[in-house]
Design a protein around this ligand. Structure first.
Ligand SMILES: Cc1cc2nc3c(=O)[nH]c(=O)nc-3n(C[C@H](O)[C@H](O)[C@H](O)COP(=O)(O)OP(=O)(O)OC[C@H]3O[C@@H](n4cnc5c(N)ncnc54)[C@H](O)[C@@H]3O)c2cc1C
Length: 375
């Protein structure tokens, strides 16, 4: 049985950010992650610039170290190839999860976070402390647990989280492609029957193509090649891209059961971070920034309520819940509405005409699904 003040479960963006923040402030932190670094992840790999001031505060020079692609424009196309293009006020970075997560993992180690490769099976809270059990049989006890274990994990079931009981019909696939014709400073979102595909360049000069689709649409086809040909290629922009593109991965990476349901922000006294607290629709391109931001507000709540061995748990939970709600609740709600509109061909066409006539509406939508620079 080992002891740590804070244990973070999950080493994605939310968990790694909280680990860096807390370790820099001298807290004794253990982060448990089940997969070894570096690794690719299914993600659109567009990171909003809103994270930059916070990374400066953490002494992390993302731009200097990883040389991400600077993205300033958004192009959206409907199934019948009608487009809207707009400048992204705040802009963002094209950066692979392979390099970004690995970079933050190394930073966390540098700042003194202890990192353990392993899968947490159970989290129990009793007598004001947590006991965590790993699949290896190892056990730990701790005062605080930050749950940063992503969209859907074994722990959701063992913690009895409500959303876990509902099946989700969304799956996502992604690959990296060589296609020198794709512009550097653009993120493109192309709609197709049953889903949409995001394209943007990453720091290596490759293009990340990530598409999300309903299982119902996908299951009619034998494989991804066939699906692309029969469905994605109906949108001429996607056909144009994929015909000229050379895949780098042997097969696309995939994930299933992507849930946009509301989740508990705190469950059994575990503070949930990033996607574990709620996934914003990927169309909004803000999930990574929200995960990083949630790492910040959780760390601040821990630091202001843990003095030496004294923890004010009630204040910790209230502070985290309040800040989480004020930062993210309305963004998630807007994301859900947006998804319903864009996935429905009739509503998508009507709303696109509306936006064409009143372009400021698109800026408004982007503002409502993104945050301000995180300071
Ligand atoms: C199709 C798609 C496209 C997206 N595109 C974008 C985009 O372009 N821009 C953007 O900003 N956001 C995007 N997002 C959202 C973004 O990927 C997520 O919001 C972000 O990765 C959340 O980070 P996280 O740290 O919460 O979770 P994750 O990055 O998923 O990390 C969770 C970690 O927990 C680990 N874990 C799970 N269970 C256990 C366990 N029991 N024990 C130990 N470790 C465990 C996992 O291995 C994983 O490493 C997209 C999402 C999807 C699905």
């Amino acid at each position: 049985m080992a002891d740590f003040k804070v244990i973070i479960v999950g080493g994605g963006l939310a968990g790694l950010t909280a680990a860096i923040h807390l370790s820099r402030e001298g807290q004794q932190v253990l982060l448990i992650e089940k997969k070894a670094f570096p690794r690719h992840k299914v993600c659109g790999e567009y990171l909003s610039n809103e994270v930059l001031p916070y990374f400066n505060f953490l002494d992390i020079d993302l731009k200097g170290s990883l040389k991400p692609i600077n993205i300033q424009r958004l192009l959206y196309s409907t199934q019948n190839a009608k487009t809207i293009e707009t400048k992204l006020e705040l802009g963002g970075m094209g950066i692979s999860r392979y390099n970004l997560d690995n970079f933050l993992f190394k930073k966390a180690q540098e700042y003194g976070t202890e990192i353990l490769l392993g899968s947490v099976e159970n989290i129990n809270f009793e007598n004001d402390e947590f006991r965590l059990k790993l699949s290896s049989g190892k056990e730990f006890k701790t005062a605080i647990v930050l749950g940063a274990f992503g969209k859907r994990a074994n722990l959701d079931k063992s913690l009895g989280r409500e959303f876990e009981k509902q099946k989700s019909s969304w799956l996502a696939l992604k690959g990296h492609y060589e296609n020198p014709e794709f512009p550097d400073n653009l993120v493109a979102l192309h709609n197709f029957e049953g889903g949409y595909c995001g394209l943007s360049k990453i720091e290596t000069g490759l293009v990340n193509a990530c598409y999300m689709v309903s299982y119902k649409s996908f299951k009619k086809y034998k494989n991804t090649k066939e699906f692309k040909k029969q469905i994605l290629f109906n949108n001429p922009y996607l056909k144009g891209f994929f015909i000229k593109a050379k895949p780098v991965f042997e097969n696309d990476l995939s994930i299933a059961q992507i849930s946009f349901e509301e989740k508990s922000i705190i469950k059994e006294h575990v503070l949930m971070l990033g996607d574990a607290a709620g996934l914003i629709h990927p169309l909004c391109g803000n999930g990574m920034a929200m995960a990083i931001h949630s790492g910040k507000i959780a760390s601040e709540a821990v630091l202001s309520n843990l003095q030496g061995n004294n923890l004010n748990r009630e204040n910790l939970e209230n502070q985290y819940r309040e800040n989480w709600n004020s930062q993210f609740r309305s963004r998630l709600r807007t994301g859900r509405i947006l998804q319903k509109i864009l996935i429905n061909p009739l509503l998508a066409t009507t709303s696109q005409n509306l936006v064409k006539n009143f372009p400021y509406l698109l800026e408004k939508i982007i503002n409502r699904t993104h945050g301000q620079p995180i300071i």
